[in-house]
Design a protein around this ligand. Structure first.
Ligand code: SF4
Length: 346
């Protein structure tokens, strides 16, 4: 039985990670949210920071968004940090601070999708439901030579159907974590270690020498170019100004230098002056200097970020353009996104 082989392998080979020693749904939920689209080495310090600062869901619910985002800084996908706070409040308000055990209720929690609801239900509460992540897609598509392109809703259903009986026959938390761990450590995207794989005997792709054909992937959309110009405005060489991004999106709630989009990567200083005049009532410019330009890739965007330093002797912003005055060495008190980190600290 391949499901038992996976559990046996998992118990002898699993990495010792702090959330694996806990059945507390608060810890498991935190680990699932933090580790989404994140490598374990990168997410682990954040998990430790959050669990040492917040001992319960109500502790977290009482926190401010700014402090959560500050703690989240550097991890990316900031909507997860914002949703963490919203979800903590929702659990306190709608579930009396107690995590629901059923995936159908868990999925109602903000930021918890079908993957996370299954993971929390099976790992914390031994609910017999399959968990399908990228590692599972890879391993199962190879074992059963599944040609449905991944990731997609259709593929998730196909893979869940394959996994339903195997998970019901054993301890769900061990099977689900085992299959994800095996995909991560042994059935790797390149050079899978088939010679030591515990399910080699059951693997169709290994037997038929078709490993390179799986998983079949959905074609990725090409990243759209976006040119952003960040303006570090310095008043008398001392004060600078930040704005808070309010539009919905991955950087919502984070602080940044005033910035604007341009059609071209290379713009003239006149375009900077035009933008400064658009956001101020009064400004006395001393100098405009382009400091650096670099490329930053997001899932669907290829950003060319240009960083300008503008020295002014006087500035008064329009009332509807809200800014926060600060000193350069105090910016690290504000939660900022990855692009700002690159500008400021690299
Ligand atoms: S035998 Fe190789 S391809 Fe098949 S599941 Fe194991 S590691 Fe993956």
């Amino acid at each position: 039985m391949w499901n038992l082989e996976i559990i046996r392998w998992y118990e002898n080979n699993k990495r010792d990670l702090p959330w694996r020693n806990s059945k507390d749904p608060f810890h498991i939920w935190l680990s699932e949210i933090i580790m989404q689209q994140t490598k374990i080495e990168q997410g682990l310090p954040y998990y430790l920071k959050f669990t040492s600062k917040y001992l319960s869901i109500s502790d977290l619910a009482n926190e401010t968004e700014e402090n959560i985002l500050k703690l989240w800084q550097g991890l990316g996908y900031y909507s997860r940090g914002r949703n963490l706070l919203k979800a903590a409040n929702q659990i306190v308000r709608d579930f009396n601070g107690i995590f629901p055990q059923n995936p159908k209720d868990l999925i109602k929690i903000i930021g918890v999708g079908s993957y996370s609801s299954s993971a929390i239900a099976s790992i914390a509460f031994e609910y017999p439901i399959p968990v399908v992540d990228g590692n599972v897609y890879r391993l199962i598509s190879r074992m059963f030579e599944v040609s449905t392109p991944v990731p997609s809703e259709k593929a998730r259903k196909v893979f869940e159907e394959i996994l339903l009986k195997p998970v019901q026959e054993v301890t769900p938390s061990l099977f689900n974590q085992g299959i994800m761990e095996l995909g991560s450590l042994i059935c790797t995207p390149k050079n899978p270690r088939c010679e030591i794989c515990p399910v080699q005997l059951y693997c169709g792709a290994y037997k038929n020498n078709t490993i390179a054909n799986f998983p079949v992937k959905i074609k990725k959309q090409k990243a759209q170019p976006l040119n952003l110009n960040f303006l570090q405005i310095m008043l008398n060489g001392e004060k600078t100004y930040l704005t808070k991004r309010i539009e919905p999106g991955i950087w919502q709630g984070l602080f940044e230098f005033p910035n604007f989009e341009s059609n071209s990567k290379m713009i003239h200083k006149d375009r900077i002056i035009e933008e400064l005049n658009r956001i101020t009532k009064k400004i006395e410019i001393i100098s405009i200097q382009k400091k650096t330009q670099f490329t930053h890739l997001l899932t669907h965007k290829k950003i060319t970020a240009s960083y300008w330093i503008i020295n002014v002797s006087e500035i008064c912003f329009l009332e509807n353009f809200s800014t926060f005055e600060t000193n350069l060495d105090e910016i690290n008190k504000f939660p900022v996104h990855r692009l700002m980190e690159k500008i400021l600290f690299e």
